[in-house]
Design a protein around this ligand. Structure first.
Ligand code: 5GP
Length: 129
């Protein structure tokens, strides 16, 4: 069965899209740790990040860095935290999280944003690319 992220990539499920190229997509996390929490996802559905072919993995990191640079221009923060977990969605994704404190990286502390705020954030990050 395709992952929820494959369904997003195919346009079967909506997302707040930040960027997309032939191989990767970035969209806002639906249950963000912090404002601007973004997921960078390879279009090829692979469960574990270190099973990716090396160049594909390095391209994902290059893509994620580009998104992180745009994200930090839009969301004031100390830095962009990076995490790879995949226990909830077994389709590789890099979490980019604007952080100020360690709790922002714990996945216990969540923030609520309106649909309008999410839409606006995705648009403003995209404009910085
Ligand atoms: P992980 O697999 O790394 O533990 O976490 C999966 C992440 O994907 C979570 O932060 C969760 O909020 C996010 N997520 C799960 N389902 C969806 C979805 O349908 N849309 C979006 N945008 N994010 C999702």
């Amino acid at each position: 069965m395709p992952s929820i992220f494959t369904k997003i990539i195919k346009g079967e499920i909506p997302c707040y899209k930040v960027a997309e190229d032939d191989h990767f997509i970035a969209f806002l996390d639906i249950n963000p740790n912090a404002k601007g929490h973004t997921l960078c996802v390879p279009k090829l559905e692979i469960n574990r990040i270190f099973d990716m072919e090396e160049d594909h993995y390095l391209d994902l990191m290059r893509f994620s860095r580009k998104i992180a640079k745009a994200l930090e221009k839009v969301v004031p923060c100390d830095r962009i935290g990076v995490s790879v977990i995949g226990l909830e969605v077994p389709h590789v994704h890099v979490h980019l999280i604007p952080i100020n404190e360690m709790k922002d990286m714990t996945f216990q502390h969540k923030v609520q944003l309106s649909a309008e705020e999410m839409q606006d954030l995705a648009k403003r990050i995209a404009q910085e690319l």
